[in-house]
Write a protein that binds this ligand. Sequence first.
Ligand code: DGP
Length: 106
Amino acid sequence: MSDCIFCKIVAGEIPSDRVGENEGAIAFRDINPEAPVHILVVPKLHSKNIIELSQNEESMSKVMELMREVTQRETNGHFKFLFNTGEEAGQTVFHSHGHILSQGAS
Ligand code: DGP
């Protein structure tokens, strides 16, 4: 989608601090961190939220695979993986993304 900020980050048109990537997803640090480790895992294919994402098995499994890889490296195994869904729940970017929130790897 041409006006989607996360599609632009996936395409490399907007810079981001990438910490991981696979065939179907990318992971980069949140611009406004709410924890010592705050990383977003974003499917390459546009979907507006976790409900839409979960209807595409391939895309969903690539997001989960990347979450597993990134949390092994960036956290001590204690983290939240959070999908805000809908404006009332605090979603501000309508390209699905999971927040990894953790105190870090130590
Ligand atoms: P949510 O509120 O769940 O839709 O989360 C959107 C998150 O995306 C929010 O924590 C801030 C982050 N964010 C928004 N724009 C950018 C950006 O251009 N770069 C990065 N790295 N993060 C962004």
